[in-house]
Ligand binder design. Structure first.
Ligand code: NI
Length: 181
């Protein structure tokens, strides 16, 4: 089932999402729907608040990108970044902010502890695009969006687009839900 994506002005995108206590049948179903919805929208990462669920759960699949075709899709639950290394700047976009891109500086590599789709404890070191997507999606679990991290000068250039999204004027090639208030 394809779930509609919550858009910029939706309150749920500003909430701190709740940790999961386990993975039950309902969670498994949600994970499946999240992959389906992400692929349908040509996204490479999707966090549960983006489909209206305030849970610390995200999915990612970067296998469509050059040099990442061997990387398996990931389910990441209750993630904790335990260490970071370096910094770089990359252009980001977000399915919840359609039509907007901008440069964001973030740590270049991260050490992560998390639970997988079986709720088993995992840890890993991630760099390159995986570090980038993971940090973007983990931000979603803390109510943060990439535009919050853009330099003020760059942010001013996209303010008009953000205002349109806030006003509920959304153009996207996938189903969306607008304001919640
Ligand atoms: Ni996003």
């Amino acid at each position: 089932m394809i779930l509609p994506i919550t858009i910029y002005s939706d309150d749920i995108l500003r909430q701190k999402a709740k940790p999961l206590k386990g993975v039950d049948a309902e969670t498994e179903e949600l994970i499946g729907y999240m992959f389906e919805s992400m692929h349908n929208a040509s996204g490479i990462g999707l966090a549960a608040p983006q489909v209206g669920r305030s849970l610390r759960l995200l999915v990612l699949d970067v296998s469509c990108l050059d040099n990442y075709s061997e990387v398996k899709p990931m389910v990441v639950i209750n993630p904790h970044v335990v260490a970071v290394q370096g910094f770089n700047s990359m252009e980001e976009g977000c399915l919840s902010i359609p039509g907007v891109q901008g440069d964001v500086e973030r740590p270049a590599a991260i050490s992560l502890k998390y639970r997988d789709e079986h709720f088993a404890e995992r840890s890993g070191e991630f760099s390159g695009m995986l570090a980038r997507v993971l940090q973007h999606e983990i931000d979603h679990l803390d109510g943060k969006l990439f535009v919050d991290r853009m330099e003020r000068r760059d942010r001013r250039k996209i303010q008009k687009e953000l205002d349109l999204l806030s006003a509920g004027i959304v153009t996207a090639k996938y189903p969306v839900v607008g304001r919640s208030e």
